[in-house]
Design a protein around this ligand. Structure first.
Ligand code: ADP
Ligand code: MG
Length: 366
């Protein structure tokens, strides 16, 4: 973790990128990354993550906007002098060169040779735990080892900034989890300011100090994983983040109060006030399974539905409850209620998630 008040190391201001005549790939992105911080750029495919990384690295030019690294404007600095290490999704190792030569390449380019180069290569191999494999060719390494060569190659130049583009996506599921921990550990050890691109919310939330959630060329929310999970700023963030993510259900005003899918919903007082303030406009309630539980009776923040089915998931059950045509999954450690029975579900959120169905914006509670 960087110091909370560590100075900004990378500052991105109103960056816009248009590749041809179509819609811009980046609309207007402003972000700051503190010294020593690990930032994840998280968003679905095509939202502009790689484009932003390439602009930082100098591999693409922004159509508009400015960036500064360690207080120096990046515009005037050519790509090769930016001291930025990059690991691409594909690793992009030179297949005809040994591990040692792959790692040494960036030093050669910078005129670093002899003993100093040897020392740096050994240090980089040690950092990624590849000692002893320096004479191998890339095709004689596992995917995880190739990935670490790519990391060593980025680290050997002692960069001011490390950029990782989906670094784990070519690894199998088991390896991905362990390399996730390795990269985070390496970050703790050397404290290098890092920006990692991923479309995997679990990866972003578990590895990063802060996460920038992107969609459609914009940054929707930039905060710690905890704040993004507890207080998602929009319907998109709520449905993209979390395991499982939130599902959104429309709340109706009924003759007797409030309802979801034709079943009774008892809001808290502040939630009722927020719904009432919409003046009859529909509103979406975000429900996350891990924040739902069964209650003995109806009360504030409960929904009454009908048990539809249940599945045993080892030590506990996931009970699927019907709210009219909607289904929600409620975890329970007790034996689940029988099929067809009415069930009261309590929403255990410090701040219930309420969104405008048209704009997706958060509806504030009074
Ligand atoms: N070189 C390029 N020329 C034209 N369009 C591009 C180019 N690179 C990316 N794009 C477009 O820009 C948008 C963002 O792409 P990208 O940054 O690769 O997204 P992500 O990494 O989030 O999947 C996409 O619509 C993509 O098709
Ligand atoms: Mg990409």
């Amino acid at each position: 973790m960087p110091e909370p008040r560590a100075p900004d190391h990378l500052v991105i201001q109103k960056v816009m990128k248009k590749y041809g005549s179509g819609e811009p790939a980046l609309k207007s992105v402003s972000l700051n990354v503190r010294k020593g911080e690990f930032l994840a750029l998280l968003g679905p495919s095509g939202c502009g993550k790689t484009t932003l990384l390439k602009i930082i690295a100098g591999l693409e030019k922004a159509t508009q906007g400015q960036m500064a690294l360690a207080g120096e404007g990046l515009d005037a600095i050519p790509t090769y002098r930016r001291d930025i290490g990059i690991v691409f999704q594909s690793y992009a190792l030179f297949p005809h060169m040994t591990v040692d030569a792959n790692i040494r390449f960036g030093l050669d380019m910078r005129g670093i040779k002899g003993d100093e180069a040897d020392r740096r290569v050994a240090e980089a191999l040690d950092l990624v735990k590849l000692d002893g494999l320096s004479a191998r060719m890339p095709n004689a390494l596992s995917g995880g080892q190739q990935q670490r060569v790519a990391l060593a190659r980025a680290l050997v130049i002692r960069p001011k900034l490390l950029l990782l583009d989906e670094p784990l996506s070519n690894l199998d599921a088991v390896l991905r989890k362990s390399v996730r921990v390795d990269i985070r550990e390496l970050h703790e050890r050397i404290g290098l300011t890092t920006v990692m691109v991923t479309h995997d919310q679990e990866e972003a939330m578990s590895m990063a100090d802060r996460v920038a959630v992107m969609a459609n060329g914009y940054v929707l929310q930039h905060d710690t994983p905890e704040v993004i999970y507890e207080h998602p700023a929009s319907a998109f963030v709520a449905t993209f983040v979390g395991n499982p993510p939130a599902i959104l259900l429309p709340v109706e005003k009924t003759a007797r109060g409030y309802g979801i899918g034709g079943t009774a919903f008892a809001p808290s007082r502040s939630l009722a006030a927020a719904i009432d303030r919409q003046n009859g406009k529909p509103v979406l309630l975000g429900l996350r399974s891990d924040r739902l539980s069964f209650a003995d009776e109806s009360g504030p923040l409960t929904i009454t539905g009908e048990v539809h089915s249940s599945e045993y998931i080892g030590g506990s059950w996931l009970v699927h409850v019907a709210l009219g045509e909607h289904r929600i999954a409620v975890p329970t450690r007790a034996r689940p209620p029988a099929f067809g029975k009415a069930a009261h579900i309590r929403i255990d959120e410090a701040e219930p998630l309420l969104f405008d169905p048209v704009t997706g914006a958060k509806v504030a509670l009074p």
